[in-house]
Unconditional design. Structure first.
Length: 201
């Protein structure tokens, strides 16, 4: 079915002593903007929005000048919460999605189940400890764990090959975006919950 059955949107405001985040999400498309104070994270969020065919606006004011960790994790939490809210009872969606994405020598695979059961398997030996001067490669896993848990998704991330951590991370984010778009797409029956249990929770 080519047309969206209903709009699936969410707005999240998350405030802690470390970050203040305002995030708006439309699973069915729109403009993409990201201003988090962490340039590489902005780059990855732009990839998620564009390749996931999302409407996404993220603004974060935090302590990234000290260390990007809190910003990356908290944005992952907020985006996960937004996806969970926008999906509602998850009726009418495909539920499962998978995608491969290359970036030059790097190749990543991400598989997503909108199961209602939070789980992340992350098998990605990043080839370099840092991406640029300030973004630790380990933050890629932190983002996806925070996102998966708060979206209540089962997510398997595998970096199949890569020699450059920037390329590897970008391949992971793009594959994740494509898999999310596939898993959350609407199939045409808004009353059908794709589970033998009758509930995705």
């Amino acid at each position: 079915m080519s047309e969206t059955l209903f709009r699936r949107q969410a707005r999240i405001e998350r405030r802690t002593l470390e970050t203040a985040i305002e995030l708006e999400l439309d699973l069915d498309g729109g403009e993409v903007t990201a201003k988090t104070g962490v340039l590489f994270l902005d780059h990855m969020l732009d990839a998620v929005g564009r390749h996931g065919r999302l409407g996404l606006s993220v603004a974060c004011d935090g302590d990234a000048a000290m260390d990007p960790h809190h910003t990356v994790e908290d944005v992952g939490i907020a985006l996960g919460q937004a996806v969970r809210q926008a999906l509602g009872d998850r009726a009418g969606i495909a539920r499962y999605g998978h995608a491969y994405a290359p970036l030059d020598e790097s190749l990543a695979r991400v598989v997503i189940d909108c199961s209602g059961r939070p789980f992340l398997h992350f098998e990605a030996a990043m080839p370099e400890a840092m991406i640029g001067a300030e973004f630790a490669s380990s933050l890629v896993e932190e983002f996806w764990r925070a996102f998966s848990v708060n979206a209540a998704l089962t997510v398997h991330v595998d970096l199949l090959r890569g020699r450059n951590s920037h390329h590897a991370a970008e391949a992971i984010f793009k594959a994740g975006a494509l898999a999310l778009a596939a898993a959350t797409r609407q199939l045409g029956d808004p009353a059908r919950i794709p589970s033998t249990k009758g509930v995705l929770a």
